[in-house]
Design a protein around this ligand. Structure first.
Ligand code: NBP
Length: 484
């Protein structure tokens, strides 16, 4: 065997990753795909890269130097299991199987455990950045064992994106840690996109700006605190004219947002762990609402459009409307990231991972979809205080939210008065106000729970657990401490 690394699965992602690997000094890349025609296509177009192409799994495995290291880039789920089975049957103890697809981290935990019993290293790895990233440098989030990281680390560092001189890859944690943080990355991506979309909608429908003006506004925002890939591409998408109609492309795209499921996974897991990722949740729900054309049409035809539905706000618009929207966007974005990092902390605790949050923020600064100037602030926050209870109390973020707070409230109010939905902005503000409230109506909920289900409550002025005999004599009794 002569290849130090192999790639299985040569669709868009795998072929780009293989080309990236082959372009780096010192790598010889073995390539294999179930359907050989795809391998031939890669060789025809980029054969000069010096791939070792294999027609069969046996040839592929034989072409790998030991310890064998192969990266799987096939369809997540059954496709990945099939390839793992083929490799595991041929690999020897100490060899490394990397899954670079968008696997569910629960699958990754299972696969790692099964392969470890065979003495094989299995490294579930999040790879973000789409096909461009795969080719020129993605952000890479490997899980798996420390032993595997020692072999794999230098190879992954050679192909990763670079942010301020540092490769965007770090060992996230054992078994499913890499795919878990990739999942949360995608969830944060959903939230970020939804918030940008709300800003766009408010500027256009309430602010009355033209699409051309919006291009300029987003370009300007991209040179400040909001500088990010998603803001940058927003300006590009808005600037695109439809070739068929001559209208802005955004006006001819059907307004029903799709998804491939990682946002849903994020919310499902967050609910299970008891972490309120409302920003991600609202983003997932907003896509779901958009994709219900029958319901939308039914409600649209029922409501009286003079009473409901979008219309110019009757409130006086502040002169600073654009700045206010920018401030609301930034504050809401801080909330969404704070919630996402809370989920990572909870996941690490639940699944036994030691995740360095600062190092994670660092590898998201380039190569991935949520790359942003803002991430430097998160790196700094965790450098100052690794055990922050929430990003919101880091001095920089606390100040950023405080500065934007008045504008944020104005925008949420204007959105409601104008009948322009802003679920991301408003739920982020509600989350912030909940955390900041001296007292929450949770006290009333505890009273209700005690009333109908004798679920008991605690008191603010006394230790112990209490129940009121609501339907008997109305007296409060102290309940014996539970034994489980
Ligand atoms: P696809 O997800 O479209 O999968 C196609 C590849 O899977 C082909 O190579 C196909 O082989 C192979 N495959 C399938 Br399907 N079933 C197989 C089986 N039973 N045995 C062997 N091979 C099988 O490819 P992609 O779009 O390049 O994505 C690859 C992975 O990367 C996926 O997990 C995806 O979720 C992830 N992804 C990540 C990003 C990102 O930004 N990080 C973007 C896009 C995709 P064939 O040629 O023989 O049919």
């Amino acid at each position: 065997g002569q290849a130090n690394i192999g790639v299985v699965g040569l669709a868009v992602m795998g072929s780009n990753l293989a080309r990236n690997l082959a372009s780096r000094e010192g790598n010889t890349v073995a390539v294999y795909n179930r359907t050989y025609a795809r391998t031939e296509e890669l060789l025809r177009e980029h054969g000069d890269a010096g791939f070792l192409a294999a027609e069969t799994v046996d040839d592929f495995v034989a072409s790998l130097a030991k310890p064998r290291t192969a990266i799987i880039m096939v369809q997540a789920g059954a496709g990945t299991d099939a390839v793992i089975e083929q490799l595991a049957a041929r690999f020897e103890p100490g060899d490394i199987i990397v899954d670079g697809g968008n696997a569910n981290f629960h699958d990754t935990i299972r696969r790692e455990r099964d392969l470890r019993e065979l003495g094989l290293n299995f490294v579930g790895t999040g790879i973000s950045g789409g096909e461009e990233g795969a080719l020129h440098g993605p952000s890479i989030m490997p899980g798996g064992s420390v032993e595997a990281w020692e072999t794999l680390g230098p190879i992954l560092k050679s192909i990763a994106a670079v942010a301020e001189g540092e490769p965007c890859v770090t060992h996230i944690g054992t078994d499913g840690a890499g795919h878990f943080v990739k999942m949360v990355h995608n969830g944060i991506e959903y939230a970020d996109m939804q918030l940008i979309a709300e800003a766009y909608d408010l500027l256009r429908r309430v602010g009355g700006f033209s699409v051309e003006q919006l291009v300029t506004i987003f370009q300007q925002w991209n040179s400040g605190d909001l500088e990010s890939y998603l803001i940058e591409i927003t300006a590009e998408v808005l600037g695109k004219t439809d070739q068929k109609t001559g209208k802005p492309l955004v006006d001819v795209i059907l307004d029903q947002a799709g998804s491939k499921g990682t946002g849903v996974w994020t919310v499902q897991n967050a609910v299970g762990l008891g972490i309120p990722v409302s920003g991600i949740g609202e983003a997932v729900f907003a896509r779901a609402v958009s994709s219900k054309p029958e319901q939308r049409a039914a409600v649209r035809s029922t409501v009286h459009s003079a009473t409901f539905g979008p219309r110019p706000t009757e409130q006086a618009m502040p002169d600073s409307f654009v700045d206010d929207v920018r401030a609301a966007l930034y504050a809401s974005k801080v909330i969404a990231y704070a919630q996402g990092f809370d989920l990572i902390v909870a996941g690490a605790k639940e699944f036994g991972w030691d995740i360095d949050l600062g190092a994670l923020a660092k590898i998201w600064r380039a190569g991935c979809i949520i790359r942003a100037r803002f991430l430097n602030r998160i790196v700094d926050a965790y450098a100052h205080q690794p055990d922050l209870p929430t990003l919101l109390v880091d001095p920089y973020f606390a100040e950023a939210v405080a500065q934007g707070e008045a504008a944020w409230r104005r925008i949420v109010g204007i959105a409601a008065a104008s009948a322009v939905p802003a679920p991301g902005f408003s739920s982020a503000l509600a989350y912030f106000d909940s955390l900041a409230s001296d007292r929450l109506p949770a006290a009333l909920i505890q009273g209700q729970r005690d009333f109908f289900g004798a679920h008991t409550y605690k008191r603010v002025d006394q230790d112990g657990t209490f129940h009121t005999r609501w339907s008997e004599d109305g007296q409060e009794v102290e309940v014996a401490p539970s034994t489980h």
